[in-house]
Design a protein. Structure first.
Length: 177
């Protein structure tokens, strides 16, 4: 009788493995558009900055549901994305004004003016060009970089590329450390 139970364990492990794997933290290695590590709660919406200086807050406003005040280690970067559509992941907290709070542990830029940008650290390439190094692996060489952007080497930036692979638009999210 014990022998039958032991033989069933490997079969049970094979059956449960996909279900347990679905519970594991999400990994997005090599994707160019996100920063941080995913949390249990996710909100997709447009970032806005509300309030008066020096008491402003970043808020994400989903198409449906209540807005969420952004807190956490990426708050300053997310604030610099005002007007962009983002996917924030983290832990939802208590309701407050102007809505609930999301302790953001990761974010992904869904679109800037309707276009999905690339996100990464701007670095100089060996050939004198520039490249964007993605937060979780991979990189992309940039065909053309303005002098103003080149001066931001080492910064975490988002870029929208033109048809030739040059930078058409960009934003700086974090200065070099």
């Amino acid at each position: 009788m014990t022998r039958g139970r032991v033989a069933a364990l490997p079969v049970l492990a094979v059956v449960l493995a996909p279900a347990v794997a679905g519970c594991a933290p999400e990994t997005r290695s090599g994707e160019p558009g996100w920063v941080g590590s995913p949390g249990p709660d996710t909100i997709v919406g447009t970032v806005s900055v509300v309030g008066n200086e020096p008491f402003t807050q970043a808020v994400v406003e989903p198409e449906e549901g209540d807005p969420a005040v952004v807190a956490g280690p990426h708050r300053a970067e997310i604030r610099r994305l005002a007007g962009a559509v983002v996917r924030l992941s983290g832990v939802l907290g208590e309701a407050g004004y102007p809505g609930r709070t999301l302790e953001a542990t990761s974010y992904e830029i869904v679109s800037v003016d309707g276009v999905r940008p690339l996100l990464g650290t701007l670095e100089a390439a060996e050939n004198g060009a520039f490249r964007l190094v993605f937060p979780h692996g991979g990189e992309r060489e940039l065909a053309a970089v303005s002098a103003a952007l080149a001066a931001r080497r080492g910064s975490l930036v988002w870029v929208v590329l033109d048809d030739r692979g040059g930078v058409a638009r960009y934003g700086v999210l974090r200065e070099p450390s």
